[in-house]
Design a protein around this ligand. Structure first.
Ligand SMILES: [Zn+2]
Length: 251
């Protein structure tokens, strides 16, 4: 009985610590690839993935900054530079990011039939614990300042965080899907759970979106258009706005 009381109190204290941390004040935008890593390539124009997704990412960031001046937008890259995968999530974690959005474009494998449209990925539940532990180990000062050196606290924290991240990431991915399909000609190929390292490394809700297939002539000719890039950024922004409302109701 006494143990249960202590346990309930512990849960309460940890939940309050998490809530206090969970202000949606820092968003991390990750334009995939860059520099010597061009990503995939358009079949018709030869355009590089890195050059399509950077303007979409920058436009999305501008919209967030303009509409929510109190939100700090962190970019893993703002220019055509090469950033290691690990460095991307290190940036996200060390800047106190509360949401990680990674933007890419896709390419079908030779043996696959013609594919087009967006695909959205969130981290699968199996890798969530790992994701939290990566960061708990990475950011020693955060770990000690919040929880001391107590493995029970850390275990409960990681379980709570894991479920919270999954729910929030799922919510944002559905918003992305509905806004993209409603506001652009891109079709949705679905939302998937994956173990992508870039998602596992970020200890926060995280979503990776493949905005279309550069191996599809239809998608490619759409994606290289500046107006289309703006439309996609606006659709992603509307999705973010709904996510923000949902987040504020939850917390
Ligand atoms: Zn990519």
């Amino acid at each position: 009985m006494r143990f249960m009381n202590i346990f309930v109190m512990l849960i309460f204290v940890i939940s309050v610590s998490i809530l206090a941390q969970n202000k949606l004040d820092v968003i991390v935008l990750d334009a995939g690839h860059g520099g010597k890593d061009p990503g995939t390539r358009g079949v018709r124009s030869g355009v590089f993935e890195k050059d399509i997704i950077l303007p979409i990412t920058l436009k999305l960031g501008q919209l967030i900054e303009m509409n929510y001046p109190h939100i700090k937008v962190i970019y893993t890259r703002k220019t055509d530079e090469f950033i290691e995968l690990k460095e991307r999530t290190r940036i996200a974690n060390s800047t106190g990011g509360k949401l990680f959005i990674s933007i890419h474009a896709n390419h079908k494998k030779k043996e696959e039939s013609d594919k087009s449209g967006t695909e959205i990925y969130i981290l699968n539940r199996d890798r969530m614990t790992e994701a939290v532990h990566i960061t708990m180990n990475e950011d020693i000062s955060l770990k000690y300042s919040l929880y001391g050196n107590d493995t029970t606290d850390m275990f409960i924290f990681s379980s709570l965080a894991r479920n919270g991240y999954f729910i929030l990431s799922s919510h944002l991915s559905s918003n992305f899907e509905s806004n993209i399909t409603a506001n652009t000609p891109l079709i949705s190929r679905g939302i998937y759970q994956s173990g992508f390292w870039v998602l596992a490394g970020a200890s926060m809700p995280s979503v990776l979106i493949e905005v279309g297939y550069l191996s599809s002539e239809t998608d490619e000719s759409y994606l290289i258009d500046q107006k289309a890039q703006t439309d996609i950024a606006e659709a992603l922004f509307s999705a973010f706005r709904s996510y923000k409302r949902y987040f504020e109701i939850l917390y």
